[in-house]
Ligand binder design. Sequence first.
Ligand SMILES: Cc1cc2nc3c(=O)[nH]c(=O)nc-3n(C[C@H](O)[C@H](O)[C@H](O)COP(=O)(O)O)c2cc1C
Length: 221
Amino acid sequence: MDVYEAVTSRRAVRGFTDQPVPREVLKRVLCAAAWAPSGSNLQPWRAYVLTGRPLAELKRRAGERVAAGDPWDEREYEMYPAALKSPYHERRSAFGHERYSALGIAREDWEARQRAAAANWDCFGAPAALFCYIDRDMGRPQWSDVGMYLQTVMLLLRAEGLHSCPQMAWSVYRRTVAEVLSPPDDLILFCGMSIGFEDATVGYTRTGRAPLDETVTFVDG
Ligand SMILES: Cc1cc2nc3c(=O)[nH]c(=O)nc-3n(C[C@H](O)[C@H](O)[C@H](O)COP(=O)(O)O)c2cc1C
């Protein structure tokens, strides 16, 4: 698979089969992803990969919290600015509309939306998940390094015929994740990532992108 195909075929997949992901494949992907760039080569990512019983246990614990209507854990970082200005606000609304209409959920059906969101904490049925932490001393450039690392992981997963879904949703259940992983206190959970083979029976709408001239300016000589 060439890089263009990996980039364009990657999308946030929200339905996986239970076909296991071999450990050697995950290892191959993560060995290669370690070549992602980072400022001064700090490599500020710290990933935990879960499969099998530990992942089942995490899903069980998270599912119990969802069922009990537990409040989310207090945030260690803000997922989005409190007030999203234009054009971000419109892009976010368009995304929400596309996502829920693909599932046949009406905009005002808050309960159905909550149920769909809860699938995050079952990793959308995925048999493997990665949890990516960053040291709490790190600044914005290092968070950006972590993003590059995660995208590299996702593209390499495509090369292996696998799909993924990055999930900040796990950050609001970070204490439950920590119960299973016991990470050092100096790490912040940035996000989870569901990994597996796509369940092609799950419907989706492909997200769009802003026209190039909204996000790129060419300054030609
Ligand atoms: C850092 C990050 C966190 C995300 N968190 C979630 C999440 O918690 N749950 C989810 O369903 N999708 C999540 N997504 C997926 C985005 O919604 C998705 O990437 C975006 O809508 C573009 O769609 P595409 O990836 O399918 O092209 C996340 C994506 C990123 C990059």
